[in-house]
Design a protein around this ligand. Structure first.
Ligand code: ATP
Ligand code: MG
Length: 597
């Protein structure tokens, strides 16, 4: 395996994490600076730390959020800036709007809209009010919205007139908890949306003097639904104290410096888009770019270039789409400002890490975490060598173990390197989820012997780097071997014709399961029998006969969650003719785009 060695020449600015062993050894959560000092003893609020604090400090007039308009995909990038001061004022106003509606601490609200300024104002205003926010992805249809609303029982929905009319009006009588629907569009006609209130009017009717609700680190702040990759999405409860984690990982994993222009491509409807698209950049006083439009390869390269993005946080699925679009497109742009690229959400194939280095001039740094962990736990960071295919090492403050389940229900910690087991974490990091809403049993099942069990299988090598093997549910048992889909998929994507690959276990009377791969091919290649034979041979050469796929099926596209993850459980269910289970998060072929205002 070829390691990407880092030297000081790779670092444009001195990294926050430069001595891994020493920083980890000396790290204590209690030493993290108190970003809510101004709230008085015990006070802790994400909205305060992100906005009130910044608006009264040196970042006040810096651009907090730069919105890139949702025009046609390659139209002029109409940017609209909001400074920290402006965002803080708007958020305070919205705190008063909630108070004027009788919505207070502990109440829950949902946002269901695209990445428009009102989304960020609403979230921050609600957090300041002690109101729990659950950001939902705007493209959800009526059924997934109803399911989530009825789990969380919010008192209000904040959405657009278009979304309301298309998806919510018809199910409104099935949402008994919802007392208010706030439409953010300026010209939402009340006649078209009976039973709603108008955001602009409400905002005009209050002032921006809104003392912060006295919340503490253990008060709930956010409710995030998981991606639904392995089953019905769960609602993970997060607290205000999580901000210490967002701050520390903003330093160590993303290496944010005050003058950065930072772009996290995730939608706040997923935990990444909230923790790292909103909270971490605001805590660090950087400028965060928000693209209101959906993925488009050319548009993304333009944003990286025109906005002089310095730190970019994206996902494997987006990188695969950029790879598919071809290197020539990237070569039309230059990215002299870009100094760090990170990725999360799915395993990042080594080929993608190298592609970054070749095409963008920087390798891509994989990191690992989950909705439940609330923040980045294991990461490749700027100063350290990358082993492509590894998700890096646990950050300071994070204790990660590889464990085996013993017969008696106890856990054994695996000390030897390179042995597969479940990834387990020692509770104690501040952004750890505090429950699955209304599913206490399921929450309790995540813990054993004082450790949190992640449901992911990994290996740790002798240097302490962690390697993703697969989700426990996705691992294939074939002729006595345990085969992790990631290794097989990486071997396939390493072939120049392959755009994406997903591997499942297909029941077989002789060996238990055989490895079957679903493959999409890059533009310019033909999916025919010759290519199939070539890929089978390529995989056998790379992986050996026991692990290589026995069957390859070409597909035009693979099923993804709306957050971009490949859904192997759907491929398996379709292959076996079984019910597909919860499909509320499956990406439709043509994602619906919503705009507000
Ligand atoms: P659900 O729990 O509803 O099935 P989900 O697990 O996909 O959905 P998320 O919390 O959004 O929901 O995703 C976290 C999971 O994504 C991790 O447990 C892991 O399986 C996968 N993941 C995230 N980052 C990485 C990574 N860098 N490498 C490999 N897998 C990753
Ligand atoms: Mg999960």
């Amino acid at each position: 395996m070829q390691v990407i060695r880092k030297t000081t020449a790779d670092l444009r600015v001195p990294p926050h994490l430069s001595d891994y062993a020493r920083t980890r050894a000396n790290f204590k959560w209690s030493d993290v600076p108190n970003l809510c000092e101004g709230m008085g003893p015990g006070g802790c609020n994400i909205g305060y730390a992100c906005l009130d604090r910044q608006a009264s400090g040196p970042a006040a007039d810096r651009v907090a959020l730069r919105f890139i308009g949702d025009g046609s995909t390659t139209a002029e990038l109409n940017a609209h800036d909001m400074s920290y001061r402006e965002l803080a004022q708007c958020a305070s106003r919205f705190t008063n709007v909630l108070r004027s509606l009788g919505i207070g601490k502990g109440d829950r609200i949902f946002t269901i809209m695209g990445r428009a300024p009102e989304l960020y104002i609403t979230m921050m205003g609600a957090l300041r009010n002690g109101t729990v926010v659950s950001p939902l992805f705007a493209a959800f249809g009526p059924e997934p919205i109803a399911t989530r609303v009825n789990i969380a029982e919010p008192v209000a929905l904040v959405t657009t007139a278009a979304i309301y009319q298309r998806k919510i009006a018809k199910i409104r009588d099935q949402l008994p908890s919802v007392r208010h629907v706030i439409l953010v569009d300026q010209d939402a006609a009340p006649g078209d949306a009976a039973g709603t209130v108008n955001y602009r009017q409400l905002m005009a009717g209050v002032d921006d003097d809104a003392p912060i609700e006295p919340t503490t680190a253990t008060d709930p702040a956010l409710l995030h639904f998981t991606s639904g990759t392995t089953g019905t999405p769960k609602g993970a409860i997060h607290v205000h104290g999580a901000l210490s984690m967002h701050y520390i990982t903003g330093l160590y994993a993303l290496d944010l410096h005050a003058d950065d222009v930072y772009w996290c491509t995730a939608d706040p409807g997923w935990v990444t888009g909230t923790s790292y698209g909103v909270i971490a950049p605001l805590l660090h006083g950087v400028t965060a770019v928000v693209d209101e439009a959906e993925f488009d390869a050319e548009r993304w390269y333009r944003i990286l270039a025109d906005e002089s993005v310095t730190v970019w946080y994206t996902a494997p699925t987006a990188i695969r789409m950029l790879i598919k679009a071809g290197a020539e497109l990237a070569q039309r742009y230059e990215f002299p400002a870009l100094r760090f690229i990170a990725s999360v959400g799915e395993p990042l194939n080594p080929e993608a890490v190298w592609w970054g280095k070749k095409v963008l001039g920087l390798p891509i740094h994989d990191n690992w975490w989950q909705t439940e962990t609330g923040g980045i736990m294991i990461a490749n960071t700027p100063a350290f060598d990358i082993k492509p295919g590894s998700m890096g090492r646990p950050l300071p403050g994070v204790d990660a173990y590889v464990v085996r389940h013993a017969e008696n229900g106890r856990l054994t910690v695996i000390e030897e390197p390179d042995v597969e087991g479940e990834l387990a974490l020692k509770p104690g990091w501040p952004s750890m989820f505090r429950g699955y809403l209304h599913q206490e049993d399921r929450y309790q099942k995540c813990f054993a012997d004082g450790l949190y069990l992640t449901g992911d299988l990994v290996k740790r090598d002798a240097d302490g780097y962690f390697w993703f093997v697969g989700r426990a549910d996705d691992v294939i048992k074939s002729a006595g071997h345990l085969i992790g889909p990631f290794e097989v998929e990486s071997a396939l994507t390493d072939h120049p014709a392959v755009a994406e690959a997903a591997v499942i276990g297909k029941p077989d009377p002789t060996v238990g399961e055989i490895v079957k791969a679903f493959v999409t091919v890059k533009d310019g290649f033909t999916a025919d029998d010759d290519l199939r034979l070539e890929l089978l041979a390529h995989a056998r050469k790379r992986l050996g006969a026991a692990v290589a796929p026995k069957e390859i099926e070409f597909a035009d596209a693979l099923p993804h969650t709306r957050s971009g993850k490949i859904m192997r459980r759907l491929l398996r269910a379709r292959e076996l003719g079984l019910p597909q289970g919860d499909t509320s998060t499956v990406e439709t072929d043509t994602p619906i785009r919503e705009t507000s205002a």
